[in-house]
Design a protein around this ligand. Sequence first.
Ligand SMILES: *Cc1c(COP(=O)(O)O)cnc(C)c1O
Length: 390
Amino acid sequence: MNFIPYGRQNITKEDINAVVEVLESDFLTQGPKVPNFEEAIKTQCNVKFAFAMNSATSALHAACLALGVGKGDLVWTTPITFVASANCALYCGASIDFVDIDPKTYNLSTQALKDKLQTAKVKGQLPKVVIPVHLCGQPCDMEGIYELSKEYDFSVIEDASHAIGGKYKDQPIGNCQYSDITIFSFHPVKIITTAEGGVATTNSEDLAQKLDLLRSHGITRDPELMTHEPDGPWYYQQVDLGFNYRMTELQAALGSSQIKRLNDINESRHRIADRYNHKLANLSVIVPYQISEGHSGLHLYVIRLKLDEIKATHLDVFNSLRASNIGVNLHYIPVHLQPYYQNNFGFKMGDFPQAEQYYKEAISLPLYPDLTEEQQDYIVETLQGILKDG
Ligand SMILES: *Cc1c(COP(=O)(O)O)cnc(C)c1O
C-alpha cells in the first residue's frame, strides 16, 4: 500500500483553471478575486463581514488586536489545539492561560471555564478574550460560552480552523451568533484550501473596520477614516499599525473554486467517518463522540486507545501504523507542555489533566475526500491486527 497521509487537499481541473486564469489576468493581488471569495464566505456563513488573510494565524493575530488585546491582558484557550491559537495572544504582548478539555468532546470544557472564571474573578484576573477551538470540526458549547462571556465580560474568538461547513444548532459555523469573530484556516490539510490562507468573519462594523486596516498596514483610502480631506487622488493615510496579511488573487480564486464543493466535501468526510465508526465499533478504541446540537466540519477523525484493554502502548500502535505506510498523526501535543510555554510561563505537567490524558491515547486516522474504501479497509485491518497482537 502506498503511503496514506492523514489529510490531503482535493484539487480539480476547475481549481487549476481558476488559478491559471488569475495568472493571465491583470491582478495577482488586490484585484476582484479576494472580494469575490469573501462574498462566498459571507454567504456560506450567513455573516455580515469576511476578511481573507494569508493564514489563519494572521487572522487570529488581527482578531486579537481588533478586540484590543495588549500588554497586561489575559487570553484563554484550550491546551488541545495548534500552537497558533495561543501564540496570537503572545504576539499582542498579552498573557496566555488554558482551560482544560471536556473528556468526551475534547473541546474546551464549559464547566472548567465556569470554575476558572469564578476563581479568576476573586483574584481580579479575568480574561479579555477566550478562544474556543472547534476541535476536529465539532462545535464547542458556544451558547454556554456566550452566556459566560456576558456574565464575566470577555470577548470570544472562535478558532474554527477545522470547522468550515459545520453547523451549530442548525446555523453555519462562522455566523458569529455567539462570538465576536470567527477564524477559518485554508491550509492544505484543512477542509478546503487556498494553499496558505485564512479568513476572519464578524457581524460588528467596528471590528470589521479594524480587521480590514490591520491586514493591510493600517492604511486606508477611505476619506471617512482620514483625519482630513485627501491631499489628492494619490492619497492614503496610515491610521493604525497594521501588517501585510493580505491574501493573493491566486489563493482567493482557488478558495472560491473550492468552496463551491464544500457541501460535497463535508458529505464525503461524514461518509468516511461513519464507515470508520461502524468498522471500529468492536475494537479497543473510543470513536469520536458527536454532540446532538452540532454537525461537525470533520477536519479530523480522532480515536482514543483503550490502553487498559490492549497490550501495545500508544507509541507501539503509532509506530506500527506508520511502519505500515499509514500516516497517522496526533492532534495535538498539549500547548502548555511545549518547551516555549513551560520555560517562559511556568506551565507544567499536571496543569490540565484531561488534556494530558487525551494526549496519551489519541491518534488521528487518515480522513480526506479522496481516501478510498480500499485504503480505509487497509487502515482498519492494520489497526485491528496491531490491537490484537500488540
Ligand atoms: C491550522 C490551524 C491554525 C493555523 O492555521 P494557518 O492557516 O496554518 O495559520 C490555527 N488553529 C488551528 C486549530 C489550526 O488547526
